[in-house]
Write a protein that binds this ligand. Structure first.
Ligand code: ADP
Ligand code: GN1
Ligand code: MG
Length: 369
């Protein structure tokens, strides 16, 4: 593997001599490596990623999106906060002047600058962290409001088409090739009982009642980089799914991953719940950045979006469990089933607390308006 990666690295315009290649086994989709290079005693690090082209069927269009988005953010930041501009994600050129390299086996690779002195967290352990993560995703949406046209490519079709995801689930369940449905009876019953959730936001968007904006679409806590010493937001990463979408879906993903202390695959379900103080911090962070562009129709559906995104994630994990773990990387038997159980418990917690959560939204947005 190392030799193979060395030959890939040669195709990127990186400075210095390659001294180390270290895998960074995080995330469910791509393969990530940290590269270290040395030049005249200076150490420079880079990120090298193999794009999962089973998931992202058109890596060229994806990289076109990522290049446009990263350039736009950097140039905006150069005007308003030059120190932070240099800590934004930058795509490293490849030797054929594209921003990726296609190897002999048909794999697509890309390289980024390594964001130094910054960290990502898989779970949130304080209100400060919840606030900062949400502030960063709000900032990200704000930065892209004036991205010049044309529209970004849809890197995964029907990504948030929850009704379609539910149909796929039903088909996979009908076939039950791996005979796993018997292990997930209560989760399957729950899905059917709550299927009405799926359609609400897609139909409001289709009627034009909620605007389509440029959104991140994977607004998980571990896709925000925070300064190692101050925990202040530095940049947003993992831009593969940045495309036209509903801003409130990003908010939903923030709630799913940053308003709870639990891991996404926590097996002790007694730990899985929405924490109202964390939720409030998150709303404050998001409202600080997004308060001035969100329409009332969006603000009113923020809590619903959290429900829908958690439900969608439950459908996705359960579908993958029944399909034999073909989409998400798994690290133990029943991993996708564990992940679906966590989503189900989280959704039950949102449903239980939705009135209180809506009160928080109303109160916080009134304060920032
Ligand atoms: P995935 O799509 O697999 O989640 P990510 O792009 O989110 O891949 O990268 C996985 C992890 O690698 C991130 O959570 C972060 O910790 C680290 N990482 C990614 N890009 C950078 C970067 N440019 N600088 C430093 N660390 C990074
Ligand atoms: C995947 O790449 P990663 O691990 O950040 C997935 C998201 C899911 C998430 C669940 C392209 O994100 O949509 O919400 O797992 N990415 C893709 O943790 O499907
Ligand atoms: Mg990620």
């Amino acid at each position: 593997m190392k030799r193979e990666i060395k030959s890939i690295v040669k195709h990127f315009c990186i400075r210095g001599r390659l001294t180390e290649i270290r895998p960074l086994p995080r995330g469910h989709i791509n393969d990530t490596h940290v590269l270290t290079t040395k030049k005249n005693k200076h150490t420079v690090r880079y990120i090298l990623q193999r794009i999962n082209h089973t998931v992202f069927k058109d890596p060229r269009s994806l990289m076109e999106n990522v290049t446009r988005v990263t350039r736009h953010i950097r140039s905006r930041m150069q005007k308003i906060d030059p120190d932070r501009a240099s800590r934004q994600l930058t795509v490293i050129d490849s030797d054929d002047d594209t921003c990726f390299h296609k190897d002999a086996e048909g794999n697509f690779w890309r390289a980024y600058n390594f964001i130094e002195d910054a960290v990502t967290y898989d779970t949130v352990d304080s209100v400060e962290l919840a606030y900062e993560a949400a502030r960063m995703f709000g900032w990200f949406q704000k930065m892209l409001i004036d991205l010049p046209g044309p529209a970004l490519h849809e890197t995964i079709c029907d990504f948030h088409n929850t009704p379609k995801r539910f149909e796929t689930f039903q088909q996979i369940l009908k076939d039950d090739v791996f005979k796993r449905a018997k292990n997930a009876k209560s989760e399957i019953d729950f899905l059917f009982a709550n299927a009405g959730i799926c359609d609400v936001l897609p139909s409001l968007a289709a009627k034009g009642e909620i605007p389509v904006r440029i959104t991140h679409n994977d607004a998980k806590i571990n896709n925000v980089m925070l300064d190692e010493s101050t925990n202040e937001g530095v940049c947003v990463i993992d831009l593969d799914t940045v495309m036209p979408g509903l801003s409130i879906y990003d908010f939903g993903d923030m709630v799913r991953t940053s308003a709870t202390f639990a891991d996404e695959d926590e097996r002790d379900l007694s730990k899985v719940a929405i924490s109202l103080p964390m939720f409030e911090a998150l709303v404050r962070g998001y409202a600080e950045q997004a308060g001035d562009f969100l329409l009332p129709a969006e603000k009113e559906r923020l809590v619903f979006a959290a429900k829908l995104i958690t439900f969608e994630q439950l459908i996705r994990f359960l579908t993958d469990y029944l399909a034999g773990d073909v989409y998400y990387k798994v690290h133990r038997e029943g991993h996708n089933l564990d992940r679906s159980r966590t989503q189900m418990r989280l959704l039950q917690s949102i449903i239980k607390q939705q009135d209180a959560m809506n009160e928080v939204i109303e109160r916080v947005f009134q304060q920032v308006d």
